[in-house]
Design a protein. Structure first.
Length: 48
């Protein structure tokens, strides 16, 4: 897992919002979704 993926995951977990996490991390909402999907694939489980 990359530092950026961890940062995105933490932002989503704290805000419970992909849109707000995107604003906080400075990336687009689709990019947040992609990062979360990559984490889910890596660990083999849904996160949200």
């Amino acid at each position: 897992m990359t530092d950026k993926r961890l940062q995105v995951f933490c932002a989503v977990a704290e805000t419970l919002s992909f849109s707000e996490a995107a604003r906080i991390t400075g990336i687009s909402q689709p990019a947040v979704s992609k990062h979360i999907a990559q984490i889910e694939e890596e660990i083999g489980s849904a996160l949200f």
